[in-house]
Design a protein around this ligand. Structure first.
Ligand code: PFF
Length: 447
């Protein structure tokens, strides 16, 4: 059977950027920036994005296109009979975990959408939003119901395949998201007292930066760019040989970073203008945004639109997360795509249930001081994704060779790639070294 593939350059970019741009940009980036003191954290994050994230991204695309297969199959094709295929296996396992908790947060967004549509959300007074949010996520049944819906929608699109599913939807939805963010940015920066928020975002105070912050910045760089678990490797496998991978990696990275910063510019001026706490944590956008909409002309309308778009941004990411285990199981075990998708989505749903309950009945059950949800997020984002990136960079730098990778990236030397030697240096030395140091810190070996 012929493998599915992307139909156009724009489609590739929309799908890959759609994978990168998601809850990581709009939900997680603002709240961890808030927790880590603002601008100084963002600077470290940007260094991680461009010096480590972008080279790792190009490497994933290159390995995927060369191997023309799922993460496990691609390593097997490039280095047959070696243990490198386990890098792919690690990626598949990470995919299960990330999607299991990611779908919980996406479910919250869906629950908000349902209330935005009826006009209920915009009617809630700002001082009651905290209780409203806390009440919603600590329920047992409803968040699990929405999590199920998120996974069902994701499975539906993944079953439709790459061109008719992933590509078609991403191409329309990503530009709308961008437009709406611009509208909200204008609203937010024109609020009285907005300048404090901009200062928080752009004026670094290095005394606010901790080692934990640096660890989180790197982990989040991987998470936000969808790296370290083979999602972009898998998308790379659907890209034809004429495409320019280095410029694609650059464009995805810039788009992802821009959207995260724009989300910051939407959130923080509002946080300071309304006297909210930037350090409040995961509830940051769920409380700040409805506060803005409550006070804004046509707020109810914009609220529906914005939460729908966050929902969509989340779905273009969940499909790339689900695509990793689905492509692996269907290709390596020769199973029909539809059946595989349904089974895997259901297993992920089951793994995700305790994550949802971590905000309610399981809230007091902690291991290492973290809830079930907290542990999965920590282990996946701060250990498994960087570890996946480390193995990939060692594979390129020291096993397959940067020469071969650059050959593939330049379509056998027919394309110009101005930063080829910089890429080679970063992927061979800088990325592995930086990731090792951070992993040693994450696992408590150094402190
Ligand atoms: N990059 C996505 C986000 O920022 O929301 C999350 C994600 C998608 C992580 C796909 C990893 C992945 F493979």
């Amino acid at each position: 059977m012929k493998r599915d593939g992307f139909g156009s350059r724009l489609g590739i970019l929309a799908a890959a950027a759609g994978s990168a741009i998601g809850l990581g940009n709009i939900w997680k980036f603002p709240y961890i920036t808030g927790e880590n003191g603002g601008a100084a954290f963002i600077l470290v994050y940007l260094v991680c994005i461009f010096l480590i994230g972008m080279p790792v991204m190009l490497s994933e695309l290159v390995v995927g296109r060369k191997g023309a297969s799922n993460p496990v199959g691609s390593f097997k094709k490039i280095r047959p009979k070696s243990k490198w295929k386990f890098t792919g296996v690690l990626g598949v396992a990470t995919g299960f975990i990330v999607l299991s908790f990611y779908s919980v947060i996406a479910g919250w967004v869906f629950a908000y959408i349902s209330r935005a549509f009826t006009g209920k959300l915009v009617a809630i007074a700002p001082e009651e939003l905290g209780d409203f949010f806390g009440g919603l996520i600590s329920k047992t049944g409803e968040p699990i119901f929405w999590q199920f819906i998120v996974l069902a929608v994701t499975a539906f699109i993944v079953i439709a395949g790459i061109q008719k599913g992933v590509e078609k939807y991403s191409k329309i939805l990503m530009p709308v998201l961008l437009g709406l963010l611009v509208v909200l940015m204008i609203r937010s920066v024109t609020l009285e007292g907005a300048s404090k928020g901009l200062e928080f975002l752009f004026k670094p105070d290095f005394s606010a930066l901790t080692a934990k912050g640096v660890l989180e910045a790197l982990g989040h760089a991987f998470f936000s760019l969808s790296l370290g678990m083979g999602a972009l490797l898998t998308y790379g496998s659907y890209i034809n040989k004429e495409e320019k991978l280095p410029s694609l990696a650059l464009q995805i990275t810039i788009a992802d970073t821009l959207i995260a910063l724009m989300a910051g510019v939407v959130i923080f001026p509002a946080v300071f203008a309304y006297g909210l706490d930037p350090k409040m944590g995961p509830e940051l956008i769920f409380i700040t945004l409805p506060t803005v909409f409550h006070e804004m002309p046509l707020g109810g309308f914009f609220e529906v639109l914005f939460f729908v778009l966050i929902g969509i941004a989340a779905i273009t990411s969940t499909i790339s997360l689900l695509e990793v285990p689905v492509s692996y199981v269907s290709e390596e075990f020769n199973m029909p795509r539809k059946k595989t998708t349904i089974i895997i989505a259901f297993v992920i749903f089951l793994i995700g249930i305790p994550s949802s309950l971590s905000f309610g009945v399981l809230g007091d059950v902690t291991i290492f001081g973290r809830t079930y949800f907290g542990n999965l997020d920590f282990v996946a984002s701060n250990i498994m994704l960087p570890l996946g990136g480390l193995l990939l960079s060692l594979f390129i730098g020291w096993v397959w060779g940067t020469k071969n990778a650059i050959q593939e990236a330049t379509n056998e030397g027919t394309l110009k790639f101005a930063f080829a030697s910089a890429y080679g240096f970063l992927i061979k030395y800088v990325a592995p070294l930086a990731i090792v140091v951070i992993l040693l810190y994450a696992t408590g070996v150094i402190s």
